[in-house]
Design a protein around this ligand. Structure first.
Ligand SMILES: Cc1ncc(COP(=O)(O)O)c(C=O)c1O
Length: 382
């Protein structure tokens, strides 16, 4: 729902109140198209991770471009995506505890949900709850292929045992295996990233082979992210990929040079010029998150969004600190001519957590507002 303080569709970007999240539609469409084409050519399936944008409108664009379904990190996100009409949903995470498991079973009544498990106790809880609710959700066994977060050790005998137990559960449909290599997917050093991803994918492949040798059918093998999608699609074992950040991108992933464009920015206004080389803006920690580094800075042109690097090609402004409601920028190449009231764009270091700070994202093209999308899964951490 559009609220009364929101600008009408067609408003020039230069007239939009700040701070505000912007989505450059041309860049978003380019990114979605590029990855869809890759998956179509590779004969693999793409199940985009929606934790990156938390926005049903973007998820539906990904579905329209050929995604088979979506991945979510949390049950609450999955509920939002089901509300948006998406049927095939993976929660790539463990769902623990009575309350959440009851919600999961309720969700299983209205979409084809699939959830990760990594422990027999959780499997038992899911089995009992599914029996009580009269549903049959799908489960994937999560294996640890090196990220050391969730998952059964991929090299252990426990994997086969847990898969067998899941396959024998009457009210669950054992569908396959997932493993995530989050410790390598965003490495800037290409060689280290590719070597690391290959090691993890080989570990995943041999684990799947052992489960199959034990006579257990594995239909889905789900893995990977934006930084290694093109590596995972070369593996016969892998059936689908969970890339998320590629759609909107962020400054950290931008440094990997993957061919995706920056669709996401925070538009912010210069509020103070305390010194010739200092600029203060109205976007701070409550508008952009810094955990993958400070935001990159670019300037919108008068006509709208344009990469306004200075003529010498230098990064002439750097954001060096964020406080709650202030961004502090320093010119790195002499005095800076920005005035109070001028607009700046921040490209967030990490897009996924920045999205979670905002209720809406403004979709813009050619310097004009084209749509305002609710970030409906923002704050859905339960
Ligand atoms: C389990 C899982 N799969 C996939 C992804 C997608 O990663 P990216 O946004 O880097 O594409 C993540 C990101 O945190 C994740 O946790």
């Amino acid at each position: 729902m559009v609220t009364s303080d929101q600008e009408p569709i067609g408003t020039a970007v230069s007239d939009i109140d700040t701070p505000v999240l912007l989505c450059d539609l041309d860049a978003l469409e380019h990114n979605i198209q590029k990855l869809s084409e890759h998956f179509a050519q590779a004969g693999k399936r793409l199940r985009p991770h929606t934790k990156s944008h938390k926005t049903p409108a973007i998820a539906n664009m990904q579905m329209a471009a050929g995604a088979i379904g979506v991945t979510c990190a949390k049950l609450g996100e999955a509920e939002v995506m089901a509300d948006a009409g998406i049927d095939d949903i993976l929660i790539a995470n463990e769902v623990i505890g009575r309350r959440k498991i009851e919600r999961l079973m309720a969700l299983a009544r209205r979409c084809d949900i699939m959830v990760a498990v990594d422990h027999p106790d959780n499997l038992d809880d899911l089995e009992q709850a599914a029996a009580a609710a009269g549903v049959q959700p799908r489960v994937l066994v999560e294996v640890n292929i090196g990220h050391n977060r969730c998952g059964v050790d991929a090299d252990s005998a426990d994997v086969v045992d847990l898969c067998r137990e899941a396959a024998n559960a009457k009210h669950l449909r054992f569908t396959g295996i997932m493993g995530y290599q989050g410790h390598v997917v965003d490495l800037e050093d290409k060689k280290a990233r590719e070597t690391g991803a290959n090691e993890c994918l080989q570990r995943l492949s041999s684990c799947v082979a052992r489960v199959r040798e034990a006579g257990i059918e594995v239909e889905i093998v789900s893995t990977s992210a934006t930084g290694d999608y093109y590596i995972s699609t070369t593996y016969d074992t892998v059936t689908e990929v969970q890339a998320g950040s590629y759609a909107l991108m962020d400054a950290a992933y931008g440094r990997l040079d993957l061919g995706f464009q920056h669709a996401l920015s925070v538009l912010t206004t210069v509020t103070s010029r305390p010194a010739e080389d200092q600029v203060i803006t109205d976007a701070g920690l409550k508008s952009v998150t810094p955990e993958h580094g400070m935001p990159d800075v670019r300037l919108p042109s008068k006509e709208g969004i344009d990469v306004g690097w200075d003529p010498k090609g230098l990064r002439f402004l750097e954001c060096h600190a964020l406080s709650e409601e202030h961004g502090r920028l320093q010119s790195v190449d002499g005095p800076c001519h920005l005035e109070v009231g001028d607009l700046i764009e921040f490209i967030p270091g990490h897009g996924c957590t920045t999205m979670n700070l905002h209720d809406y994202i403004y979709a813009v093209r050619n310097g004009r507002l084209e749509a305002i999308w609710p970030i409906a899964a923002r704050g859905k951490v339960r």
